[in-house]
Design a protein around this ligand. Structure first.
Ligand code: AG3
Length: 277
């Protein structure tokens, strides 16, 4: 029997029984692996950390996209930083009024591997509204002259190639290139274990120093450490209330996100509130 194991903490491991290793590549930036498993279908890991799998990716991608899209009406231009597997782009493209998505991914190999081996997730990456830019997100936000209604930071954890996507300067540049009522959302770690909790605190502190409003919202993602996962919501103007088009939302037939989930996801457990105070 073969197992993939992710080290969640020094004392906790998470294992998935696998059918086989489908693809592996040491890229310029990280170790990429794609496995096939009994429970979660195919999944992608980077440097040994679960990024996406066919079974629960809908939760993460629906929550990172539909929450901000239903807070701010009329989002036209979106910047995605990271997101090489294409799940975020797939969810964004459900909104026909959206005009363009610039996706800045540092590692082209992630995109190519996902297009080949995880088409259910990556199949919209060649849509005509999507502009793929293979570059360092830090440099991109520091130098671009474009502005965006929404920035989604769909990155790895705050260690490895993703580390600088959690720095002050990056957030300042994001603030600068957002429109006057723009929103930034990012993957924000878990509040549960000590390591990710301290990261979570740091991220929120930095965002609060730059944006008038910065909070977190949560989702249940079984394959990320502890299963209790947070997203950051940082906004220049909009509070995180639902302002969506309910008819449109019904037509999208999503599997996780709905108006009640939107509201509930910002209701934080006391220990999380306490940590963020
Ligand atoms: N981004 C990775 C979230 C963090 C996972 N962490 C972990 N397994 N330790 C997911 C990218 C999906 N588009």
């Amino acid at each position: 029997m073969k197992w993939f194991t992710e080290y969640w903490t020094d004392n906790v491991k998470f294992s998935i029984r696998i059918k086989k290793l489908v693809y592996t590549k040491e890229t310029k930036f990280q170790k990429l692996e794609i496995y096939d498993s009994y429970e979660f279908g195919r999944f992608l890991t980077l440097d040994g950390y679960m990024m996406v799998n066919e079974k629960d990716e809908f939760i993460y991608h629906e929550m990172i996209v539909h929450v901000p899209m239903n807070v701010k009406p009329n989002v036209k231009n979106v910047l995605v930083i990271g997101g090489g597997d294409g799940g975020t782009v797939r969810e964004l493209l459900r909104y026909n009024d959206l005009e363009s998505i610039d996706m800045v991914e540092i590692d082209e190999e992630v995109v190519r591997a996902c297009q080949e081996f995880l088409p259910l997730i990556a199949h919209k990456l060649n849509d005509s509204k999507v502009n793929l830019i293979f570059a360092d997100g830090i440099e991109y936000v520091a130098t671009t002259e474009k502005s965006y209604d929404l920035i989604i930071v769909d990155s790895t954890d705050p260690i490895g190639p993703g580390a600088s996507l959690y720095k002050n300067q990056f957030y300042k540049d994001c603030y600068r290139i957002l429109t006057e009522d723009g929103i930034l959302v990012n993957q924000h770690e878990s509040p549960y274990f000590d390591d990710t909790r301290s990261e979570m605190k740091k991220i929120n502190k930095k965002l609060r120093a730059i944006f008038p409003l910065a909070t977190v919202y949560q989702a249940f993602i079984p394959t990320y450490p502890s299963g209790h996962w947070l997203f950051g919501f940082a906004s220049k103007k909009f509070t995180p209330d639902y302002r969506g088009n309910t008819d449109l939302l019904a037509k999208l037939k999503l599997r996780y996100y709905n108006q009640e989930v939107h509201k509930g996801s910002f209701a934080l457990p006391n220990y999380v509130k306490e940590e963020l105070r």
